[in-house]
Design a protein around this ligand. Structure first.
Ligand SMILES: *Cc1c(COP(=O)(O)O)cnc(C)c1O
Length: 422
């Protein structure tokens, strides 16, 4: 059955198709044992997503718990400084937990409660997804287990601290490279053994169907608000919508509402890292190739054996070797243009935004800002650009301090024993 409520891709085809594909990407490549769980999830989502009490519970939490709608702010100083298009910032960092991730966590937590699940599990790399999941688990009274590689537990001590304060159990994974992919495997193992009562809460618009669709839909509130806000501010639709792309949830959240408005340019910014040499960046469209990894088909940075390639980014939230399947599709059909931003450009954009607007953006979001810094000046003055500032930068204090070499801060860290990241 084709669901008419699903978003169109611009060609009139609802995506994903019944098997969960976006063109050739996506799908569901999982062990037999997990198929019933994904079927159950998909059925529950279709059952509840438009149901009145479900929608109003999600909306109420988005509004009164997380503080939506987030503002769409006209960055006058930045616009004048760059001397081109008018730049608007969608301030997702002002929501609960300081980033957009709370949107799909709220949606999935309400879904888990409707499905009468008894506990929530997730995996996390940088810890931001674990934090947002632990947050909604606390709110809903779900016991919560967060799987995290031992290396990441060490690097992300503050997030681990807050997850534990929120009542989550952080399981340190000692297998493999002790990072995200090992945490994914551990979480999947847990889910396999406990499918009956456990909700696996995914953190981006990726993984096996129906997760990319569910996460995208819950994030689409961003674009719906932007449409209303820009109509009020400018009386017309924007010309360019820019977002950083890790797994792809904040970007799809911004774009989904506008996919059919073909005149609007959609720009996705990937982590250009230190250079575009293998292992030095996380640009799936600069050196990645198609593959099936972690349950879905998409572009992945891989070595010759098809193993996931090591990645690097100054922002922990963008250093993922894969990308959500809808992004691979939108890029293939030419609907979205992707562009890298290097670590250096990101720090510069971060500092410029802080200095001109007093806004401390997350380093992930600063990738999108870096594109604007590079390109806004050459766009006509009557152009309107909306940048998704997916999160605030408080969490990045160690990395930024390191990048700018702030001696007073380093001294404080040494004296008070706070760990530097590296
Ligand atoms: C996790 C994160 C991202 C990257 O994830 P997407 O799914 O690509 O949005 C971007 N910005 C912030 C602030 C994040 O925490």
């Amino acid at each position: 059955m084709v669901d008419e409520n699903q978003e169109q891709d611009g060609g009139g085809v609802p995506l994903p198709d019944e098997q969960g594909f976006y063109g050739q990407y996506g799908g569901r490549y999982v062990p037999e044992m997990l198929v019933p769980a994904l079927d159950e999830l998909e059925a529950a989502y279709q059952r509840w997503k438009d149901e009145e009490s479900f929608v109003s519970e999600v909306d109420d939490l988005l509004k009164n718990y997380s503080g939506r709608p987030t503002p769409l702010y006209f960055a006058r100083n930045l616009s004048e400084h760059l001397g081109g298009a008018k730049i608007y910032l969608k301030q997702e960092g002002l929501g609960a937990t300081g980033a957009h991730k709370i949107n799909h966590c709220i949606g999935q937590a309400v879904l888990a409660s409707r499905m009468k699940k008894k506990r929530i599990i997730c995996e996390t790399g940088a810890g931001q997804h674990g934090l947002a999941t632990a947050t909604v688990a606390a709110r809903f009274g779900f016991p919560c287990t967060v799987y995290m590689g031992a290396e990441d537990v060490r690097r992300q001590a503050t997030n681990v601290f807050w997850m534990r304060q929120l009542g989550a159990t952080v399981e340190t994974v000692e297998d493999g490279t002790r990072t995200l992919k090992d945490a994914v495997n551990a979480a999947l193992k847990d889910w396999t053994w406990n499918v009956g009562d456990t909700y696996y809460l995914l953190g981006s618009a990726l993984g096996p169907h129906p997760y990319p669709m569910i996460v995208r839909d819950f994030q689409s509130v961003i674009g719906r608000e932007v449409r209303a806000q820009i109509m009020e501010a400018e009386g017309r639709l924007p010309d360019v919508l820019v977002a950083c792309v890790g797994g792809g949830s904040n970007a799809l959240g911004l774009w989904n509402e506008f996919l059919d408005d073909e005149a609007i340019r959609l720009v996705g910014v990937e982590a250009g890292g230190r250079s575009l040499e293998p292992g030095e960046h996380a640009c799936r469209f600069e050196g990645g190739r198609t593959g099936v990894i972690e349950g879905y088909k998409s572009y992945f940075l891989q070595n010759d054996d098809g193993q996931v390639q090591k990645t690097h980014s100054i922002s922990a939230g963008l250093d993922y070797a894969g990308i959500g399947p809808q992004h691979a599709y939108l890029r293939d059909i030419g609907r979205v243009e992707f562009s890298p931003a290097s670590d250096r450009e990101v720090i510069e954009a971060f500092q410029l935004t802080a200095g001109k607007e007093g806004i401390i953006a997350a380093l992930e979001s600063s990738h999108a800002l870096a594109w604007v810094v590079k390109n806004a000046g050459s766009l006509p003055e009557d152009n309107v650009v909306v940048v998704n500032v997916s999160g605030r930068g408080d969490k990045d204090i160690f990395i930024v301090a390191d990048a700018v070499g702030d001696e007073a801060w380093m001294k404080y860290c040494r004296e008070y024993g706070a760990g530097r990241i590296q």
